[in-house]
Design a protein around this ligand. Structure first.
Ligand code: FE2
Length: 111
């Protein structure tokens, strides 16, 4: 996926279809709230990747490697669910009904 700063089309270029929908919903939320999205490296995801890289580099058996990869994917999905849940709580709190709806669609696809 690229982040070209050219709006949702540039951001979603090369992304799988479901992720494109998620990014388009996020772009819509940002636009409706009148805020500009900007790229911030996610330390949480970076940490999950680092943890998996460390495990992979410990020369595990193929079976254990598959289990570790599956665990890494599951952790990442839980992280995404937590992030969407937090954003939905904020949208509810501030009365942003459409943002809550769009973020809820993304969350539903993550669960
Ligand atoms: Fe996901």
């Amino acid at each position: 996926m690229t982040t070209t700063g050219k709006g949702s089309q540039g951001r979603t270029e090369g992304a799988p279809r479901a992720i494109q929908g998620h990014l388009e919903n996020l772009e819509t939320v940002f636009k409706q709230l009148g805020v500009k999205p900007h790229d911030i490296e996610c330390d949480g995801v970076k940490g999950l990747k680092k943890q998996l890289d460390h495990a992979v580099n410990s020369n595990p058996s193929p079976e254990l490697l598959n289990t570790m990869i599956a665990g890494g994917v599951a952790k990442t999905e839980h992280y995404e669910v937590s992030a969407y849940s937090g954003m939905i709580d904020q949208a509810k709190f501030f009365g942003h009904k459409n943002a809550k709806k769009l973020l809820g669609q993304n969350l539903k696809q993550e669960e």
